[in-house]
Design a protein around this ligand. Structure first.
Ligand code: ATP
Ligand code: MG
Length: 397
């Protein structure tokens, strides 16, 4: 298939912040964009040329999207795979429904990792009472995760013994789950790869990630952040996982590095990822530009990181500080806007806000990337930014 050139329209199912940053990248390169999202005020819909607000399964909405767009992608992994199959009859859809369906289901996802020769944490599938009775004791303590529809730590429960496991499965409504052994994590990292239709693969350097309460809080990327052996293994594993799917698009693979130095894969996201947002400000080609290129069938070039980077996620909690500017406790009160002007006085501070109207605790409102000449300088600027914003310090584990 020949490339879809600027001037054409690129479509995306989903109107969140990932769609918004894709729309920005596409428009910068001269594409028109069409977003399908049921929310009339979605972050991506607000900045797109076309916004279709229907449900993701609405046949009429999908037909309108296919009528407007020359190629279509998605920005969140829980988009119904049948909708993608439906769109694929009319237009190129990248990544394809089959790959997205595997990433939506932890059971299928883990079998795919194993088939690619990449180790996961020990786990058991729990779909029936029999499987529950046969759970090996060495998986406890563990984390029970619903096979489908989990994100940001939702759909997960920590369990220490069989009784808690049974209660947790009960409270999850006995839907299909996996029980994963609780691993001794030294740290977490992720790798973003992009694979073109011709099989060409490029990747970003491995990103070191810190989660708080199951949500990504900090990503750091610089030359010494991950030792060479796990870094190389993570990159090779991510590429093998993409190739095993015959994947076309941007794929993020998350890993755990264990206390003995070994690496296991956690999960994958069939799209750009929160841990890759730093690429907008610290690389010559961002993860969103690579998404545009893979979608349009344009050549891929290996991205070059030109600056060390540290990204802070900005959750809605920042709008609800415990104390006011004079240090007095604030009760439950109206949200207050964080100190953006002070943050932007810091050198190498790049503020990204997603245009979401209502700040809520745990809601991803934006991110701040700090860049500079060396990682010490970047970290110290990040500490200042965190203090101004009321984020927990230190920023590393
Ligand atoms: P995401 O927002 O990344 O999609 P998620 O809800 O799919 O999140 P996971 O990535 O499976 O959840 O887990 C969230 C976090 O919980 C991990 O990044 C890690 O910090 C911790 N965690 C998950 N599984 C394990 C495990 N087996 N052992 C130890 N910690 C774990
Ligand atoms: Mg995760």
């Amino acid at each position: 298939m020949s490339a879809i050139l600027p001037g054409a329209t690129l479509g995306v199912v989903g109107g969140g912040q990932l769609g918004r940053m894709l729309v920005h990248a596409a428009q910068r390169m001269g594409y028109l964009t069409a977003v399908l999202d049921p929310d009339a005020d979605s972050p991506a819909g607000r900045v797109s040329h076309h916004h279709i607000h229907t449900d993701y399964t609405d046949i009429d909405g999908l037909a309108r999207l296919a009528g407007l767009a020359d190629a279509i992608t998605t920005e969140f992994e829980n988009v119904p795979a049948p909708s993608l199959e439906h769109l694929a009859v009319a237009r190129p859809v990248r990544p394809g429904a089959a790959a997205v369906a595997i990433a939506q289901d932890r059971v299928r996802e883990k079998s795919h990792f194993v088939s690619c020769g990449v180790d996961c944490a020990p786990y058991a599938v729990i779909e029936t009472d029999e499987q529950m009775a046969l759970v090996p004791p060495n998986l406890l303590p563990g984390i029970l995760k619903t096979a489908r529809l989990g994100y940001d730590g939702k759909g997960q429960q920590r369990v220490s013994d069989r009784e808690e496991l049974a209660a947790a499965w009960e409270s999850a409504g006995q839907v299909p789950c996996v029980l994963e052994k609780l691993m001794p994590l030294d740290y977490e990292c992720s790798v973003i790869v992009a694979r073109g239709q011709d099989g060409q693969v490029v990747h970003f350097p491995p990103q070191r990630n810190l989660h708080r309460n199951g949500i990504l809080a900090v990503t750091e990327v610089h030359a010494q952040n991950i030792p060479e052996a796990p870094a190389r293994l993570a990159v090779n594993s991510a590429i093998a996982i993409a190739e095993g799917l015959q994947y076309v698009g941007v794929l993020c693979v998350e890993f755990f590095v264990l206390s003995d130095g070994s690496l296991v894969v956690n999960e994958m996201a069939p799209r750009p990822h929160n841990s890759g947002h730093w690429t907008l400000d610290a690389c010559d080609v961002s993860q969103f530009e690579l998404q545009v290129r893979t979608l349009a069938g344009l050549p891929l070039t290996a991205p070059r990181q030109h600056s060390p980077a540290l990204m802070l996620n900005l959750l809605g909690d920042l709008w609800f500080p415990d104390v006011d500017t004079a240090g007095a406790p604030r009760g439950a009160q109206a949200p207050v806007e964080p100190r953006w002007a002070d943050v932007l006085a810091l050198p190498g501070a790049h503020l990204h806000l997603y245009g979401k109207a209502g700040a809520r605790r745990g809601r991803k409102m934006g991110h701040l990337t700090l860049t500079g000449d060396d990682i010490e300088q970047v970290r110290s600027t990040a500490d200042f930014a965190a203090a101004l914003l009321g984020l927990p310090i230190p920023l590393s584990e």
